[in-house]
Design a protein around this ligand. Structure first.
Ligand code: HEC
Length: 159
């Protein structure tokens, strides 16, 4: 057997052992704190998927003014605060036990999404995370109001 083939088989054996070890230690519970590497990997792939699935055409965005933000805040109180917390920045007790954990909506991670991306996230939700899709619950305009409310939570926009 050539040395190359032996090395190749050894690499496959190592990968199988590593995969088996990971599977044996993996469970579907949401209790553990998500690891750094996992959170990084998931957030990178989420960015890629969200960018890829932007609504086309994007429904026209109404002006981002106080009345739109106030309408968004009203919907937020009923639909989102149970997980994201009353003020959007203090995830609820339940949100903190989800996997991945519910992020603070004013955080740089969330505020770095574009308005169109936020629209898409709220409209379609995020699979395997508990973030629901609101596209069949709210009109496009109401989703834009929610986007504007989320945007108003940015510390840069604080009065
Ligand atoms: C049942 C719990 C739950 C409800 C209700 C909920 N969310 Fe979420 N949301 C989540 C979870 C969990 C995540 C994290 C998903 C992830 O990081 O993969 C999330 C993520 C998000 C994100 C993306 C943040 C990011 O960068 O990962 C936005 C924006 C968001 N939610 C807005 C809303 C809005 C607006 C509402 C109400 C219309 C809402 N959510 C209702 C659980 C919820």
């Amino acid at each position: 057997m050539s040395r190359f083939l032996a090395g190749f088989l050894f690499a496959i054996l190592l990968a199988a052992l590593g995969g088996g070890y990971c599977l044996a230690h993996f469970d579907f519970s949401s209790s553990p704190q998500p690891g750094r590497a996992e959170a990084w990997l998931i957030s990178r792939s989420l960015r890629w998927f969200v960018r890829r699935s932007l609504p086309n055409p994007l429904p026209p965005e109404p002006p981002d003014d106080l009345s739109s933000q106030a309408a968004g805040q009203m919907s937020y109180g009923g639909a989102c605060s149970g997980c994201h917390g009353l003020d959007g920045n203090t995830p609820s007790r339940f949100g903190l036990q989800m996997y991945p954990r519910v992020p603070a909506l004013g955080s740089p991670q969330v505020q770095s999404w574009s308005n169109a991306e936020l629209f898409s996230i709220i409209q379609h939700g995020i699979r395997y995370s508990g973030m629901p899709a609101f596209g069949k619950i709210y009109s496009d305009d109401s989703i834009w109001d929610l986007v504007h409310y989320v945007r108003s939570l940015s510390p840069r926009r604080a009065p």
